[in-house]
Design a protein around this ligand. Structure first.
Ligand code: FES
Length: 151
């Protein structure tokens, strides 16, 4: 049994505490926007925000998240600046990496509203379609929108 807040809603998972957060979100909460990729903390497809930090949900257990605040792509609401920038820059190709990237970028911009190129390059997420130039433009656009600059 593990209690946490997911997208603003208190939830108590009646699951083995060793259950990965990714499985709890997808299978118990039906929050399937968070994607299952490598299952080993290397691709970022499963990224959610836990207590303000981008977190690979395949690599943390619900037992370690007692009382945590978890936000998934469903919790961003669709009009987040990163989501708007993603659409404006037409980033999507296959779309599988998209929710994880968007969550990682949302956390990055919250911590660093004007991220450096090094910070952007340090994102661990992988796009198998290679849409990195568009992802980079979307990050710059979202950062500008967050600062109130013309994007
Ligand atoms: Fe979690 Fe790849 S599925 S990092």
């Amino acid at each position: 049994m593990s209690s946490m807040t997911v997208n603003g809603e208190p939830i108590r998972y009646r699951l083995d505490p060793a259950t990965p957060l990714l499985s709890a979100l997808r299978e118990a909460s039906n929050l399937t926007g968070t994607k299952f990729g490598c299952d080993s903390g290397e691709c970022g497809a499963c990224t959610v925000i836990v207590d303000g930090r981008a977190t690979m949900s395949c690599s943390v257990t619900i037992g370690d998240l007692e009382g945590a605040q978890v936000t998934t792509i469903e919790g961003l609401g669709g009009a987040h600046p990163v989501q708007r920038a993603w659409i404006a820059e037409q980033v999507t190709m296959c779309g599988y990496c998209e929710p994880g990237f968007i969550m990682a970028i949302a956390a990055l911009l919250r911590a660093s509203p004007s991220p450096t190129s090094e910070q952007i390059d340090a994102l661990p997420n992988i796009c198998r379609c290679g849409a990195y130039p568009r992802i980079r433009r979307a990050i710059r656009r979202a950062a500008a929108a967050g600062r109130g600059d013309a994007a």
